[in-house]
Design a protein around this ligand. Structure first.
Ligand code: PHB
Length: 250
């Protein structure tokens, strides 16, 4: 792939263009993309036009662009995320029908939890997770579960890295976090009251494949004052069912 004068490959620049979009910033002008992707304006305009021509970006009536449906199609096709979601979704729906708040499926991705699916009730408590959105590992219930079962080196990096609080209840002390991770490994669940938002509690369990490897976390977000035992029981039943359906090395 040809490199630019700065030594960057075209693929790296295209990735930066695509990464300018996020769950809140869904439509952008080429000039905004240039600024966000740190590209010269002429390069940004050219790359945007080329990406529109291939269908990876779509042009809106007002001239701004958004991520193309074709990009979604390619990304989904045969992906690990889609296979996991297909197995987990019926179990998530069962949890959701019974708990009637929010149910999320999250995986570990580059030091954060990435949410592949979220089901909600119109009357459910506030929830900041978004499908294709991320949260830090140390703060969220799903992230804590994924961190607890991650390799020692990753846990060390996370405990030595930035542990910013979301609320006064977020655990940010490395020693307390280490204890919490050990407790999660013993219990196979976490209850995280007010760690992300003061009004809610996250509850999460690991999802294992047939070989016992942790592939994802399944969580619910319930109001802070709500009891947690029933939701935890639903999550554990779902995790047991999913383990029987997820072949080794899924
Ligand atoms: C959690 O996973 O602990 C969590 C996530 C989003 C919220 C609240 C809690 O809004």
């Amino acid at each position: 792939m040809a490199n630019s004068p700065s030594g960057e490959s075209v693929s790296e620049r295209i990735l930066r263009v695509l990464e300018s979009f996020d769950t809140d910033r869904t439509a952008l002008t080429a000039t905004e993309i240039g600024r966000l992707a740190r590209l010269p304006s002429s390069t940004a305009h050219r790359l945007v036009s080329e990406l529109v021509a291939t269908g990876l970006l779509e042009r809106l009536a007002d001239g701004r662009v958004q991520l193309g449906m074709h990009l979604w199609e390619i990304a989904q096709r045969g992906s690990r995320a889609l296979r996991l979601r297909q197995v987990v979704l019926p179990y998530m729906e069962r949890v959701q029908t019974r708990v009637r708040e929010h149910t999320q499926l999250g995986v570990l991705e580059n030091g954060e939890v990435l949410f592949l699916e979220r089901l909600s009730d119109p009357h459910a408590v506030s929830n900041i997770t978004r499908i294709a959105g991320r949260l830090p590992l140390h703060a969220s219930s799903s992230g804590l579960v994924l961190l607890a079962f991650s390799p020692d080196e990753m846990q060390g990096d996370a405990l030595e890295g930035r542990l910013d609080p979301f609320t006064p209840d977020t655990v940010t002390d490395p020693d307390r976090l280490r204890e919490l991770l050990a407790q999660i490994r013993r219990d196979e669940f976490v209850v995280a009251p007010g760690y992300v938002e003061p009004v809610s509690t996250g509850i999460a369990v690991p999802l294992r494949d047939g070989a016992g490897r942790v592939l994802a976390a399944l969580s619910v977000v319930v109001p802070r004052a709500a009891p947690t035992a029933g939701a935890l029981e639903e999550l554990r039943a779902a995790a047991a069912g999913i383990a029987r359906r997820l072949p080794r090395g899924s």
